[in-house]
Design a protein around this ligand. Structure first.
Ligand SMILES: CC(C)(COP(=O)(O)OP(=O)(O)OC[C@H]1O[C@@H](n2cnc3c(N)ncnc32)[C@H](O)[C@@H]1OP(=O)(O)O)[C@@H](O)C(=O)NCCC(=O)NCCS
Length: 158
């Protein structure tokens, strides 16, 4: 669900990566209000105020040349509309329980449902390091031609 600063306890979220904790505490709400990025939080029914993980999404674009050659086929030479997975993190206490997978699946579904309203061809993410890139690659993300840590996932046709 969408982050609601009145309802969700951002202060006690800890994923072990300082910049990702700070983003949730200090910037996510502001970015959401300003239309820069929307943050989606994962909570459970028992403690609905406690954030298990989050993903922030924003509109983005890639150059056609950023895609690997097979993914460029039949596409016009325009910028490729994208949804950016800006940040994704799971609370340290809740790692390894499939929540990262769930949040990424939510990002894919969001990209697909946005397509009802506006073009979205790929999900794009800037992985913070090679380990994070491995996480995304396991779900089918590929590196862009320009930067190995910028990865994209084609959302397919139809
Ligand atoms: C990366 C992260 C989101 C994964 O969340 P999680 O809930 O522990 O992951 P899941 O339980 O859904 O695991 C999904 C798969 O990813 C793998 N995986 C988990 N963390 C990984 C990591 N850091 N690197 C590579 N693969 C990873 C798991 O082994 C699992 O694969 P499997 O199903 O084949 O066993 C979490 O470790 C995290 O918040 N890390 C700190 C922030 C971060 O690195 N974010 C990445 C975006 S820049």
């Amino acid at each position: 669900m969408r982050l609601d600063p009145r309802q969700h306890d951002r202060g006690s979220f800890c994923c072990g990566v300082e910049v990702l904790d700070t983003y949730l505490r200090q910037q996510a709400g502001q970015h959401q209000r300003e239309g820069i990025a929307t943050t989606h939080v994962l909570v459970d029914d028992i403690t609905p105020g406690s954030i298990l993980g989050y993903v922030s999404l924003a509109a983005a674009q890639l150059h056609l040349q950023d895609l690997q050659p097979p993914d460029r086929k039949r596409l016009p030479a325009y910028p490729i509309p994208a949804t950016r997975v800006g940040r994704l993190a799971v609370s340290s206490q809740h790692r390894g329980q499939g929540y990262g997978r769930l949040l990424l699946g939510h990002a894919v579904n969001s990209g697909l449902s946005l397509r009802e309203k506006l073009g979205v061809r790929v999900l794009v993410v800037d992985a913070k390091d090679e380990r994070a890139a491995m996480f995304y690659k396991a779900f089918g993300f590929q590196p862009t031609t320009a930067t190995a840590l910028t990865l994209y996932l084609p959302l397919g046709n139809g």
